[in-house]
Design a protein around this ligand. Structure first.
Ligand SMILES: Nc1ncnc2c1ncn2[C@@H]1O[C@H](COP(=O)(O)OP(=O)(O)OP(=O)(O)O)[C@@H](O)[C@H]1O
Length: 331
């Protein structure tokens, strides 16, 4: 488990101070695939780099498997870091070394015997499906293949935690999907806790079971990905999870309500039910069903030409049927 407690990071350069992280508190459980999302400058990189102390926190603690990494001296820190793998947006491979040697690199650093290196690197290249590229150089690989090498290298020391710093941001959507599937597989097969920082909600939706939203160095919302997607509580979070569609003016008459519903109610014919129940016409303005890790989340915007008292009754009825409502406009 990773417990981040009252973590702050202030960069100081001359007279200029930047508070990149402000009192962050998070708990990441074993085997979580934990997403940290935010706009550029929100503090994502600072946070993930404080987790393995590539960046020194200004205050607070990062407790990994009962050890506060912030308090460790250099030698212990080096030992601890073996248990924390990391992959990067730009892969950070050694261009003059083959794929095999890139993956072997962390093992050579700790003077692992040659036969063990051979066995481990072969296993890892097998895992990331790159056995046939063992003797290739990074320049001969595609972006997705480079990231697979990065992942194999990060796993060389059998880490408990894998930190991913915008690991798919340089990749096209299809390759992103393949790398995310590989990470999910690794999480399942090897039981590794994965922390992913990204600015792409699609990444969070696809593999993260938990998510924290960072804004201005603070966590503004945090929880199960499915809950955050279906019921974002914070205005900025809504901006992330909703695709801010512009609805033409001529559609915006009467009361406009947005509905959001999950598994419990998604397969039920809500519109026909309220139409029958209240004897009203419902105007569908926009709608879609999104899938967050195979869980359907319905989003619907409807127009209702009804009086205020009836509108209140309809909202009550919807809420009692596990449908989250938000009045976008009322007459
Ligand atoms: N080494 C540094 N020195 C001074 N300020 C820094 C340093 N690194 C980051 N910052 C500042 O800290 C804030 C958070 O930056 P950080 O890189 O952590 O955000 P981010 O969410 O990862 O952004 P991006 O997605 O653009 O990488 C920003 O205002 C940034 O300018």
């Amino acid at each position: 488990m990773i417990i981040i407690k009252e973590l702050s990071k202030t960069y100081v350069k001359g007279n200029v101070k930047v508070d990149a992280l402000k009192n962050i508190n998070l708990q990441i459980c074993n085997r979580d695939i934990y997403g940290i999302i935010g706009l550029s400058g929100a503090g994502k990189s600072s946070l993930v780099r404080c987790i393995n102390r590539l960046e020194e926190p200004t205050s607070g603690s990062v407790i990994i498997n009962n050890t506060d990494i912030v308090s460790l001296a250099n030698k212990e820190l080096r030992e601890m870091r073996k248990k924390i793998g990391m992959i990067f947006q730009n892969f950070n491979l050694l261009s003059s070394k083959t794929v095999f040697e890139n993956v072997a690199f962390p093992l050579r650093l700790i003077k692992t015997p040659e036969d063990k290196i051979n066995k481990k690197v072969k296993e890892l290249l097998d895992l990331v499906e790159l056995s046939d590229k063992s003797n290739s150089y990074p320049s001969q690989l595609s972006g997705g293949q480079k990231q697979r090498v990065g992942i194999a290298r990060a796993l060389a020391n059998d880490p408990d935690v894998l930190l991913c710093d915008e690991a798919t941001s340089a990749l096209d959507p299809k390759t992103t999907h393949q790398i995310l599937s590989l990470l999910k597989d690794i999480n399942k097969k090897l039981g590794i806790t994965i922390v992913i920082i990204t600015h792409e909600m699609e990444v969070i939706k696809e593999i993260c079971n938990k998510v924290a939203i960072l804004e201005g160095g603070r966590v503004i919302e945090e929880g199960n990905t499915i809950d955050i997607f279906s019921k974002p509580g914070n205005k900025s979070t809504k901006h992330f999870v909703e695709d801010n569609q512009v609805i033409p003016e001529n559609m915006l008459h009467g009361n406009i309500i947005s509905l959001s519903y999950t598994e419990k109610s998604v397969s039920e014919p809500i519109i026909s039910r309220i139409s029958r129940e209240f004897n009203i016409d419902v105007n569908i303005i926009s709608g879609k069903i999104e899938y967050v890790q195979n869980t359907p989340i319905g989003k619907l915007t409807i127009g209702l030409d009804v009086a205020k008292t009836l509108l209140e009754k309809i909202i009550e009825y919807l809420e009692s049927n596990h449908i989250k409502t938000e009045v976008m406009k009322s007459e």
